[in-house]
Design a protein around this ligand. Sequence first.
Ligand SMILES: [Zn+2]
Length: 137
Amino acid sequence: MEKLDFFAPRISADTKTFWEGCKEHKLEIQRCKKCGKLRWPAAFLCPDCLSSETEMQEMSGEGTLYSYVTFQKAFHPSVQDKVPYTVGVVEMEGGVRIISNIVDCEPEQLACNKKVKMKWMDCEEYTKPVFELVEEA
Ligand SMILES: [Zn+2]
């Protein structure tokens, strides 16, 4: 178990289902029942059609690195021993993008459009999806 207070999710009524799925190691993203668009983080209304009807869609965990930043300086005391660490925007099926840590790699290995896959990071109070690079043959 890893303790990362600064990274602890702020769980709301809208995002509760997502984080409960993570606890069970199920990556589920909210999908609009009316127009079918995936969205993350979960929200009460669809930003495209304003419908409030939603369902959860289980994701493959595969994606591509859309963008990323590697922090060389700790901007909060709780991450002092974590620097350098990388936060990325990962594009998954349906075009939905989620933000999380990119782990187990050196910053110089990273580039936009590289393939990544999700893995679970179990922390004391929550479980979160993080991503690692996929070895390209
Ligand atoms: Zn919609």
